[in-house]
Design a protein around this ligand. Structure first.
Ligand SMILES: [Zn+2]
Length: 101
């Protein structure tokens, strides 16, 4: 048997993690909720805001900018930046996106 631990929603604090407050997705305006970050990754970051990758419920990749108080200062869609970086790989993705439209 695998080690089965009860994971209770809203109780990530003891693990040294924090759940960020809801932020709107810049693409679809839907809520991005329940994003968890390790406290150390924020508190020990050399620069703030810290960039946290996340996804909305519809799967849009976004980047959260989080300050030391674990407040989300800004949200940006990550898709556009990534597309620029990997245009070759994006061609196939674009096809499947088109089909889903
Ligand atoms: Zn979205």
């Amino acid at each position: 048997m695998m080690d089965q631990r009860k994971s209770e929603p809203g109780e990530g604090i003891s693990l040294g993690k924090k759940t960020l407050h809801d932020v709107p997705c810049p693409v679809c305006k839907g809520n991005i909720s329940g994003v968890m970050v390790e406290e150390d990754s924020i508190l020990k970051a050399q620069r703030v805001p810290v960039i946290i990758p996340a996804k909305c419920k519809k799967g849009h990749a976004v980047i959260l900018f989080v300050d030391r108080a674990f407040t989300v200062r800004d949200v940006e869609a990550a898709g556009t930046a990534e597309q620029e970086q990997e245009k070759k790989g994006a061609a196939d993705k674009a096809k499947s996106w088109m089909e889903s439209f």
